[in-house]
Write a protein that binds this ligand. Structure first.
Ligand code: FAD
Length: 442
């Protein structure tokens, strides 16, 4: 199968899934990863960092026949547990359907399963400690920082994340290079350990949010009964990471805004200073493929801010959609890359925009009466028009409706809610508008 060899750069979340799916179709795959093999544990000091896995990601894992291995590691989160500043707590279910929930999973465990399965699939060879540094077009070579040089194959996939070298190479060869749009906020991860009795210290089946309008703290549960907390905060300004210069200021800040979490935080405030500040932003790229030879998947194509919990889910869905296009266009790789770019790019733009909008929803709107009222009326309309009106969060998290279609429908739904007056809804008008403006969902 020499002619069929595919090269993938990046063995994070999407690279190994793509490798498995290509291998299942008979292709030989060489997968290059800059880090060492994370399955070989050198110490136990790694914090548990988790992610929310939902419908799209699950579907893609099922298509690779590995969801059964992932399933036991999932902790269902059935809604948002909103912690108000006065100490009151309010549970907001994600859905009226009890089967609709998102799931917390350890990034490392999921990555290990993906790498294990890629490795076991025989057609895949993984090369760790190989950081792609350069693409030499003249000599047709990929050059790695360990000085290894390999001949380029016909098809090279960039699954190398936000700082993708493959995307930068594509950028240097087109008139429409990608654009990066940093968010004004950074993030920092903290930890709530299990209690002395070995129990969760917060309700485990929820995504916890402490919305404070301009910023927020969230917490997702881990299998070891700990929680990973993430603080999203302005980089600069009066209330910002920059302003939190010393331990006293950090403790005062948590006392003022997150007093119920403060006693639960592990090794605090030391961890606040020990853990790095992460950057957030969006990458907009028009060219998800170049020259019918290079193709981008996952964050390399569309890094987004994490507020819809969709970055990984969208990356996994990229792999599934790419496979669909491959299956439909057997052998015609030029068509495959172009079709994939054409289908998927509008979806990438749509989820990028919705993820930015969801930051406002999580950090601010979830405590507003209007938002809750709108949610209630949306659910009533959904119950009455299940094929036409589905709340946007639910379409994104619990269906495979293309993100671009969801974005359009979401706008129409918002207009309908505005027109019918959510405080005294005119359901006759709602029916008329829904039937006129929202086609049934296939
Ligand atoms: P990555 O997982 O970043 O993998 C890229 C891989 O490429 C890495 O292994 C890297 O080492 C390797 N690499 C990079 N450069 C090179 C090189 N030059 N040569 C060789 N290898 C290279 N998504 C969700 O769906 N749900 C969530 O709840 C969620 N929460 C998030 C919370 C935070 C704080 C952040 C920052 C993101 C979150 N995401 C979430 C997004 C998710 O992490 C990403 O979308 C996902 O990791 C993308 O997968 P990927 O394979 O494209 O990139």
């Amino acid at each position: 199968m020499k002619n069929n060899k595919k090269i993938i750069i990046g063995s994070g979340l999407s690279g190994p899934l793509l490798a498995i799916l290509l291998s299942n179709r008979g292709y030989d795959v060489d997968l290059y990863e800059k880090r060492s093999d994370q399955r070989v544990k050198t110490n136990n000091s790694d914090r548990s960092i988790n992610l929310a896995l939902s419908h799209r990601g699950i579907q893609a894992l099922k298509s690779a026949n590995i969801f059964d291995q992932v399933d036991p590691l999932l902790i269902p989160m059935k809604g948002r547990m909103v912690h108000l500043i006065n100490g009151e707590v309010e549970f907001q279910p994600y859905s009226v359907n009890s089967c609709d929930y998102i799931n917390s999973i350890s990034r490392r465990s999921l990555n290990n399963i993906l790498i294990d399965n890629a490795e076991q699939s025989h057609n895949v060879k993984i090369y760790f400690n190989h950081s792609l540094s350069q693409i030499d077009k003249l000599r047709n070579q990929l050059i790695f920082s360990n000085e290894k040089k390999i001949l380029m194959s016909n098809h090279i996939f960039g699954a190398d994340g936000t700082g993708s070298i493959i995307r930068k190479y594509i950028d240097s060869n087109t008139n429409t290079p990608s654009r990066s749009d940093p968010l004004g906020h950074n993030y920092k991860e903290l930890n709530i350990a299990a209690s002395k009795n070995g129990d969760f210290q917060l309700e485990p089946n929820a995504l916890h949010i402490w919305p404070r309008e301009g910023f927020m703290l969230i917490a997702l549960p881990n299998m070891d009964k700990s929680f990973t907390c993430t603080l999203f905060l302005n980089k600069k300004g009066k209330v910002s990471f920059e302003a939190l210069k010393d331990s006293n200021l950090v403790v005062d800040f948590f006392n003022k805004y997150f007093s119920d979490v403060l006693p639960l935080l592990d090794n605090f405030p030391q961890n606040f200073f020990a853990n790095p500040n992460g950057k957030l932003g969006t990458i907009y790229s028009d060219n998800w493929q170049y020259n019918n030879q290079f193709c981008l998947i996952g964050d390399a194509a569309h890094a987004i801010v994490p507020f819809f919990g969709q970055g990984m889910n969208a990356s996994f869905e990229d792999c599934e959609i790419l496979m669909k296009v491959i299956d439909e266009n057997q052998g015609n790789w030029n068509k495959v890359f172009q079709k994939y770019n054409q289908i998927r790019k509008p979806d990438g733009d749509a989820i990028a925009q919705m993820a930015i909008e969801n930051y406002l929803e999580m950090r601010d709107l979830v405590i507003k009466k209007n938002f809750l009222q709108e949610k209630e009326i949306s659910n009533i309309l959904w119950e009455n028009f299940p094929n036409r009106f589905i709340p946007r969060y639910n379409m994104v998290s619990f269906t495979s409706i293309p993100y671009s279609e969801i974005y359009k429908r979401g706008k129409i739904q918002k207009e309908i809610l505005e027109k019918i007056n959510i405080h005294n809804p005119d359901y006759k008008l709602a029916e008329k508008l829904i039937n006129k403006k929202l086609a049934p969902i296939k």
